[in-house]
Design a protein around this ligand. Sequence first.
Ligand code: GSH
Length: 455
Amino acid sequence: MTPCLAALCATLPRLGKALTLYTYPDNWRAFKAQIAAQYSGARLKVASNPPAFTFGQTNRAPAFLNNFPLGKVPAYQGDDGFCLFESNAIAHYLSNDALRGATPQAAAQVLQWVSFADAEIIPPASAWVFPTLGIMQFNKQATEQAKEEVKKVLAVLNQHLNTRTFLVGERVSLADISVVCSMLWLYKQVLEPSFRQPYPNVTRWFVTCVNQPQFKAVLGEVRLCEKMAQFDAKKFAEMQPKKETPQKKEKGGKEAAKPQEKKEKKKEEKKPAAAPAAEEMDECEAALAAEPKAKDPFAHLPKSTFVMDEFKRKYSNEDTLTVAIPHFWEHFDTEGYSIWYSQYKYSNELAATFMSCNLITGMFQRLDKLRKNAFASVILFGTNNDSCISGIWIFRGQDLAFTLSEDWQIDYESYDWRKMDPNSEECKTMVKEYFSWEGEFKHVGKPFNQGKIFK
Ligand SMILES: N[C@@H](CCC(=O)N[C@@H](CS)C(=O)NCC(=O)O)C(=O)O
């Protein structure tokens, strides 16, 4: 019988050993590896937020540079210590044979499209899209040139996909994953219906791919652009680092056309470590800063004495039974927070346990922005074709948080939710069992196999 305990928590894993992908949130380069892992069943943990990973800090620390000398993300570390950088290599490693191309010809074609994405799509896509995100100065000539290059790329893809569903063979491969990810910003930001109209095969293929459950688990719902985004001078001004630098003043159209070159140049000019605040924002930091600053949906709640981050640090770094759980009950604020039991409604549809694990990790990824205000420990009980999923969730406020944002509503309706009385013995027992992954789990009625723990 396959051991199949899977437990996940919306915080740092406590067991240092796991397949870990370091990245900043919503990084299209990391998406390639994440989607490949969804197909292959590789149990990948994404470290993209504090305290596990802070972009600009963790990746500049000696321990990280020791494994990944460029300090760039995505970066991968296996449970065996194996380390990889470069997103394509990581995605390749986490793929299965079908994704990589099962014959020498198919494998070479996959490589062809992966290279095509990097060499032909990313440069013009960046030159066109970055100014619309306010992270690069606008230059009309460069943008027009980029649009023409994108048209060429779309024409090539459209022709290729005229008689094919996917780029290589009859199934999704790493070729589709790489090319789709490289086109995400284009399709979201600038490829409005009239622009994409001459290339129907490409849009059909793109929509088919992003609607595959394995893509969806990572990307969520991808909404195609309705109106071509334009350069926003105000946004660009806001995005610039406060301190003026000579580099910033030099920034101009030619650079916009060649983001890669710009980065190389910047590297040469970079002063050694000393003054990060004075450096020009690089395209990745800028992309991060460009994330729309959503209104805090919990802003209306009175302050709470329970510090979620502090509890998560205890849970991540210290013994659960003797330190984290006592800390939780000592500080838990019953007015500012609530405790909920969740149970997956459709357990009869759960097949392979790795797919159920992906269901849970996918949900956690989509709820990433809830992390400051929520904590969950969710467990998959049972074996292949006989399993169920349940968990304990802690939310800021007295209601389920999911309705507060459109982005959070994808998964929660597939679960039954029961609010628990924090003073009840039942609640104390379940918190203990779900937080520590130990106990009788009497209410579950399925074995809790002490086999592998996937986090
Ligand atoms: N070719 C690399 C590019 C990686 C890359 O440029 N990563 C950027 C984020 S988008 C980074 O980590 N930059 C940090 C730095 O330069 O310090 C890949 O595909 O993985």
